[in-house]
Write a protein that binds this ligand. Structure first.
Ligand code: SF4
Length: 159
């Protein structure tokens, strides 16, 4: 949150609402696919499912231009610090979707090499169950994320 925090409270709230409305219509996901779930994530960005209707088709190649991290697949313990670093490099405000069973809880990989849920290292906004989830399930999480962004308050929690 930026300039809206410096405005008188009534005006600041309306600026926040306007900014949130703009944000929910231009969420840029980071180009980051980890495993098989990434195939479904990619198909979501194509014509059949068409996330460009939400202003989201431009997957960004750098974390500095992205505000959504879709963790699409299992997170190995070697990959975890890399993912955390990418997340830390994304500017605020930013959001995370854990896509699939592996990203949400380790899935079928209950072993020493796989993180048992990406929420152990990142704050997750939405979990999408499935192995892999269908693109419709990811779209459902995105629709809910857009609602969440619209409802977010300013830095003082006012809405
Ligand atoms: S949830 Fe299933 S499809 Fe997704 S990364 Fe794990 S094994 Fe692959």
């Amino acid at each position: 949150m930026g300039i809206e925090a410096k405005l008188p409270s009534g005006l600041g709230i309306w600026v926040t609402k306007l900014a949130n409305w703009g944000r929910q219509g231009a969420v840029y996901p980071l180009t980051a696919g980890l495993a098989c779930c990434a195939i479904e994530m990619m198909s979501m960005s194509m014509g059949r499912y068409d996330i460009s209707r939400f202003g989201m088709e431009a997957f960004r190649a750098t974390p500095r231009q992205a505000d959504l991290l879709i963790v699409s697949g299992r997170v190995s313990k070697k990959m975890a610090p890399v993912l955390k670093r990418l997340y830390d490099q994304m500017p605020e405000p930013k959001w995370v979707i854990a896509m699939g069973d592996c990203a949400s809880c380790g899935g079928v990989f209950n072993n020493y090499a796989i993180l048992q849920g990406v929420d152990k290292i990142l704050p997750v906004d939405f979990f999408v169950p499935g192995c892999p989830p269908r693109p419709e399930a990811l779209l459902d999480a995105i629709v809910k994320l857009r609602q969440k962004i619209r409802d977010e308050g300013d830095i003082n929690g006012r809405i």
